[in-house]
Ligand binder design. Structure first.
Ligand SMILES: [Zn+2]
Length: 405
């Protein structure tokens, strides 16, 4: 039976069987394109006439277009095929980090359209929204094609209420209960979606896979902090208070280093880029917070480069991060037992250096030997998982809920 979860996306609030059928059709076209009308009807398990009514509606709304294959040549009408129309619409993706904020325009399938720009993140939210608003408006103005901007997707390093669009708590930014969605929407005159960065990255993985086959996964985004998104049975897990999956703030040790959230010993305080840098510079993490990254001229990339050039201290700092990373991954495995865990962030560039330490820690703590072998897949910085996650926030609800099982 096909079903779509009505809770995850706003579009599904007006849930009717017509709405569901549209979403199923769009998901099938996206994952099978190019697809003929007859094949679509077959895939949907419906009569060709019923599918055609739907297709005509989607064509009228320019969500899909009909194109020839360029082959054929036989007599009679050339077969035409349906495609998702990603030409006339685009999305602006925003990744707010504690140190810098990144912007990118993508088509509705997440393909980058222009280069990424970035600027330092001002933690005063009014200043940040004003600057972001100006930059987004400039991006829209510079787009000379006829394409229209479908909306702005924003990922933040913190707990968010996806429905209200408020940032509940972003420790590395020092934000609590901040209205981001409405304020940014007012500044840009565009619809805005916001989400926790780890969850958005997880959503992008589900979305990229075309729905239905992703099942259970977790995405761990390691940067200034640690964001985790958990997908169970194809659904992003949010929890009652929107903090579900915050493994970054689950303690590895109650006596551990001070975390951005104020507690001690959180996983994040052991594995974030700042934690790795602190370890390298030999600062006592129990006494002070790691150096704030906007003041740091020495980055995690520099540290990785030094490790590759034979700096034993740099290599040791990375090995420790690898071990702590593995211990936390074992917690995720023991708690949610996902089919696969994705890791994003700069640390993935050092994966060959730390993988054995990560895997050894997983074996040490995962509850069964089979669980310890849970597949880990790195997503490189060049793939821009967070910006793709931000784009998916707008693109996925526009086209379909990702899970059609
Ligand atoms: Zn914490």
């Amino acid at each position: 039976m096909r079903k779509i979860d009505p809770k995850r996306f706003q579009i599904a609030k007006r849930r009717t069987s017509r709405e569901i059928n549209r979403q199923i059709a769009l998901t099938l076209i996206r994952t099978h394109q190019p697809v003929s009308r007859a094949d679509l009807a077959r895939l949907m398990g419906t009569r060709r006439g019923a599918a055609s009514v739907l297709v005509n509606e989607l064509l009228e709304e320019a969500l899909i277009f009909e194109g020839a294959t360029g082959e054929g040549g036989g007599r009679g009408r050339k077969p035409t095929f349906l495609y998702i129309d990603s030409r006339e619409r685009y999305v602006i993706a925003v990744d707010i980090r504690a140190t810098r904020t990144y912007l990118m325009a993508t088509d509705l399938l997440g393909k980058p359209l222009v280069g990424i720009t970035n600027f330092p993140t001002n933690r005063d939210v009014d200043v940040l929204i004003s600057e972001l608003g100006k930059r987004i408006k400039a991006m829209v103005a510079e787009n000379r094609s006829n394409a229209t901007c479908q909306g702005v997707g924003v990922v933040v390093p913190g707990m968010t209420d996806h429905g209200s669009g408020r940032v509940l708590h972003a420790p590395t930014l020092g934000w609590r209960d901040v209205d981001l969605k409405d304020a940014l929407s007012a500044a840009t005159a565009l619809p805005v979606q916001i989400e926790n960065s780890g969850r958005a990255c997880a959503l992008a993985q589900v979305w990229a896979r075309g729905g239905g086959h992703s099942g259970d996964l977790a995405f761990v985004s390691v940067s200034d902090g640690v964001g985790v998104g958990v997908v169970v049975n194809g659904e992003i897990v949010r929890g009652r208070n929107n903090i579900a999956g915050e493994f970054g703030h689950v303690p590895l040790s109650i006596d551990g280093p001070r975390c951005s959230c104020g507690a001690t010993g959180c996983w994040e305080a052991y594995v974030s880029n700042l934690a790795t840098l602190s370890r390298y510079f030999g600062r006592n993490p129990n006494e002070s917070k790691p150096i704030s990254a906007e003041n740091a001229t020495f980055t995690i990339e520099d540290l990785i480069a030094r490790a590759r050039n034979g700096d034993a201290k740099a290599l040791a700092a990375l090995h420790s991060t690898g071990r702590y990373l593995g211990l936390g991954l074992a917690s995720i495995i023991n708690a949610v037992d996902p089919g696969r865990i994705y890791i994003g962030g700069e640390i993935t560039a050092a994966w060959d250096l730390i993988e054995s330490a990560v895997k050894a820690a997983m074996v040490e703590r995962a509850l069964t030997a089979l669980a310890a072998r849970t597949e880990i897949r790195t997503v490189s910085v060049d793939e821009h998982p967070r910006l793709r996650g931000a784009a998916a926030l707008v693109a996925a609800p526009a086209f379909a809920a990702p899970m059609v099982a």
